[in-house]
Design a protein around this ligand. Structure first.
Ligand code: HEM
Length: 474
């Protein structure tokens, strides 16, 4: 069985050293031969500085500059450096989304409704864009890894770390601080992913070599998740929820968004038929999917459309990340048909089970807090019910949160059957979770009742979370 190594394309390298971040900072600008493209990107954001506005601020302002860009197809065909290919993919996907979605943005400014998007991408953009997408083996649309988030940061102070306040975007749409804070916080959270990937790989290795207890490794995984959740809560400060619509329209995808794009987008001189790819979304991030596979939450996913969507989204990731997920799933199932939980029970590793419970609780916090993001940043701002990834927004709670709660119940039952751990911290996680599980269930039941009520409102969800002590903004 593979020991989970070598998941790299030269840009990402899923490992204990790099986690899910690029192996070094992405290129900020394109090489000089693509200067005309770079210049349009630099002048594109709605706001350039306090008194200066870019092409996207004016109706149709992006059209002429886009059409004037040279067709760089033959230059792109010759590129081999993965860092240049990544910067090209990021550049073309930003330009494609800006050009196509600009009319929807202008309509939104007029009446608060997303208007129809353009649906023909001109050949001078479509051809090199699709070529570079092909070289990276990804869909020709703005994604999370190579384009909008993980491959789009630059440090403000070189000596500083990847704290969201010390990084900014290489390419942007709105140009305002709320867009920067929103997506750079995703990078910030991922700076801890090296520890997380490390503990996942080490746990599998230890169990494969016959270790009877992996409590110490799971403790590290748990504390890293806690750290990530602390950083995640910074969202409320990094990006004001009232300003989410300043940039949200530009990260919409085509699939699932027929109201904007109809049948899809025509990539001129590339494909005959229109194409519909999914939009960039945090659902393409790797932390929670990895933790779901590792902890065994995937065994509790219900069989429905949203589960299918999560699996479909695996394809919207670099091949090296997809390969890592596949091998991870196989490794967990090879350890035990019931994954980590099954193996810990077989080993009677009660300390390990207590930390697994702690990890699940952090996944729960991530999702319940995240649901509060969705309430404020999206639901309180717009009646448009499709997420940027192209899914119906209100359906996310039952799918994910219930799966976590169900597994927590099973882990509690397993610990109860085996007996207490001899470690104080492990036991306190267990005691705390026994007390809080009914609260979590009460909260999810209440939130489900709200979803099924036609008067569903973000304020009601917030009030309920407050009542149960889970207000994420605190
Ligand atoms: C204001 C902040 C955020 C908002 C408004 C938001 C919104 C959403 C929405 C609407 C979905 C549904 C799927 C779709 O897009 O089609 C989703 C899913 C998801 N998001 Fe976010 N998100 C935010 C922050 C984050 C962050 C910081 C992360 C992780 C670094 C993240 C990770 C995920 C994951 C893993 C899913 C898949 C569902 C799951 O497995 O629970 N999101 N998000």
């Amino acid at each position: 069985m593979s020991i989970l190594s070598n998941y790299t394309d030269g840009f990402f390298n899923v490992s204990a050293e790099h986690g899910f971040l690029p192996i070094k900072a992405p290129l900020v600008k394109l090489p000089s031969q693509y200067e005309d493209l770079q210049t349009v990107l630099d002048h594109m954001p709605v706001v350039l500085s306090e008194n200066e506005f870019g092409y996207l601020n004016t109706e149709d302002g992006i059209v002429a500059p886009t059409l004037a860009i040279k067709n760089h197809l033959s230059a792109v065909e010759k590129e081999e450096d993965i860092f240049v290919l990544q910067a090209l993919f990021r550049s073309y996907s930003f330009l494609a989304s800006a050009y196509l979605l600009e009319p929807s943005f202008q309509q939104y400014r007029k009446d608060g409704k997303y208007g129809k998007a353009r649906n023909v991408l001109p050949a001078n953009i479509a051809q090199p864009f699709c070529k570079v997408a092909d070289k990276l083996n990804v869909f020709a649309w703005l994604d999370y890894h190579y384009a909008y988030s993980l491959g789009n940061y630059q440090k403000l102070n070189e000596a500083g770390d990847l704290n969201w306040e010390n990084i900014t975007m290489c390419n942007r749409f709105s140009g305002q601080p709320d867009e920067v804070g929103f997506i750079m916080l995703h990078v910030d959270i991922n700076r801890f992913s090296a520890n997380l990937v490390g503990t996942v790989m080490q746990t599998i290795q230890a169990l494969n070599s016959g270790a009877q207890t992996v409590g110490d490794l799971l403790e590290k995984n748990w504390s890293t998740m806690k750290q990530m959740n602390e950083r995640r809560k910074e969202m409320w400060k990094a990006s004001r929820w009232q300003r989410y619509n300043d940039f949200r329209i530009f990260i919409m995808g085509v699939k699932g968004n027929t109201a904007l794009f109809g049948d899809g987008v025509v990539y001129e001189n590339v494909w005959e038929e229109p194409k519909a790819f999914r939009g960039q979304t945090g659902a393409q991030d790797d932390i929670i999917p990895m933790q779901d596979i590792f902890s065994g939450v995937i065994f509790y996913y219900p069989e429905n459309e949203l589960t299918k969507y999560l699996l479909d989204l695996r394809l919207y990731r670099p091949t090296c990340v997809q390969d890592f997920f596949k091998d991870l799933e196989n490794s967990m199932k090879t350890l035990h048909p019931k994954g980590l939980m099954g193996k810990l029970v077989e080993n009677k590793d009660v300390t390990g089970l207590c930390y697994l419970l702690g990890i699940l609780e952090e996944i729960y916090h991530f999702r319940n807090g995240h649901w509060q993001f969705v309430q404020k940043y999206i639901m309180a701002n717009t009646k448009y019910a499709m997420a940027t990834g192209g899914t119906p927004i209100t359906s996310w709670i039952p799918n994910q949160i219930l799966s976590v709660i169900h597994q927590m119940e099973d882990v509690v039952a397993a610990i109860t059957a085996i007996g207490a751990s001899d470690q104080e911290e492990a036991n306190s996680i267990f005691e705390k979770n026994i007390k809080l599980l009914p609260t979590k269930k009460g909260l999810i039941d209440g939130q489900l009742a709200l979803i099924h009520n036609n008067d569903f409102s973000a304020e009601a969800v917030f009030a309920l979370n407050q009542k149960f002590g889970y207000d994420d903004t605190k």
